[in-house]
Design a protein around this ligand. Structure first.
Ligand code: GLV
Ligand code: MG
Length: 291
């Protein structure tokens, strides 16, 4: 799995020390992760390690062992089951000391998972706790367990619920993340073989504004990249809006103009910029017919 990870087309990969590692393997897993970071070619993939949560006995050694021994190719640590801002601050302080001791030149970033009821209640303070934090992530499996929801598969649609049972959670995390300039990521979809259901479910957080979603299997990467990348039509339209708005403001000195049969203004520019940025990140180029 570690060997295959860099070539799967994911923007970011995290190597896990937490819930996918059995308690008896926790210590050995640290060396496997360090070896994979130091010996594999990760290209431009953002590289992260998920350490164990602060309510276990493993966190401090995970952090010290991995950050002291991994090369600077390690970009970030992911902290799961974050319950309070203090947990992020504790990780930040520990990282600061390790960086000073080892002479690491680049700072290790933090990704925080919101997957407990207390974490959701405190999500605003958690997002603002450290300038190392780059990303906030929703963890539907642990969250369902923490809520004591009567479900046995998490991160999928609950047909008995009239609407989206996680709508409030998705929106609350997204708002807290955006208010602090963070990337916001949706967690796993556990039914690995059901790619159509994944596509449909992922569309919910994509439409709300999430930046992406976890993949648990190579087949999921393709679907997820497709869902969270703008369509060519959206990408072209965003460019057209920017162009029309630029002409309106810079040549005609007007702040609101008609674009086809709708009005555009400064807010339209901001919306369009996001499509362009996401598309460019995915390697898209503008169709020549719309230029
Ligand atoms: C991910 O860690 C989850 O609990 O959904
Ligand atoms: Mg979890």
């Amino acid at each position: 799995m570690l060997g295959k990870a860099p070539g799967l087309g994911a923007d970011m990969v995290f190597l896990d020390l937490e819930d996918s590692v059995a308690p008896l393997e926790k210590e050995a897993a640290r060396d496997n992760v360090v070896k994979a970071i130091n010996e594999q070619d990760w290209g431009d993939t953002v590289l992260c390690v998920r350490v164990n949560a602060w309510d276990t006995k493993w966190t401090y050694r995970d952090v010290i062992h991995v950050v002291e021994n991994a090369s600077e190719r390690l970009d970030e640590l992911m902290l799961p089951k974050v319950q309070s801002a203090a947990e992020v601050v504790a990780l930040d302080l520990l990282l600061t000391q390790i960086e000073e001791t080892t002479g690491r030149t680049s700072r290790v970033g933090i990704e925080a998972q919101i997957e407990t009821t207390r974490g959701l209640i405190n999500v605003e303070e958690i997002c603002a706790a450290s300038d190392r934090t780059e990303t906030i992530i929703f963890g539907p499996a642990d969250f369902a367990a923490s809520m004591e929801m009567p479900v046995l598969t998490a991160g999928v649609q609950v047909p008995e619920y009239p609407g989206d049972h996680f709508h409030y959670v998705f929106s609350k995390i997204l708002m807290a993340g955006r208010a602090n300039g963070l990337q916001v990521i949706d967690g796993p979809f556990l039914k690995i073989r059901e790619l159509d259901a994944l596509r449909e479910y992922a569309m919910r957080t994509r439409v709300l504004g999430y930046d992406g979603k976890w993949a648990l299997h190579p087949d999921q990467v393709t679907v997820i990249n497709e869902v969270y990348t703008p369509t060519q039509e959206q990408f072209d339209r965003a460019h057209d809006i920017l162009e029309a708005y630029r002409t309106a403001t810079e040549q005609d000195r007007r702040g609101a103009v008609m674009f086809g049969d709708e009005m555009i203004d400064e807010a339209s520019r901001k919306m369009a910029l996001k499509f362009v940025a996401r598309g460019e990140r995915a390697g898209m180029t503008r169709s020549s017919s719309s230029a």
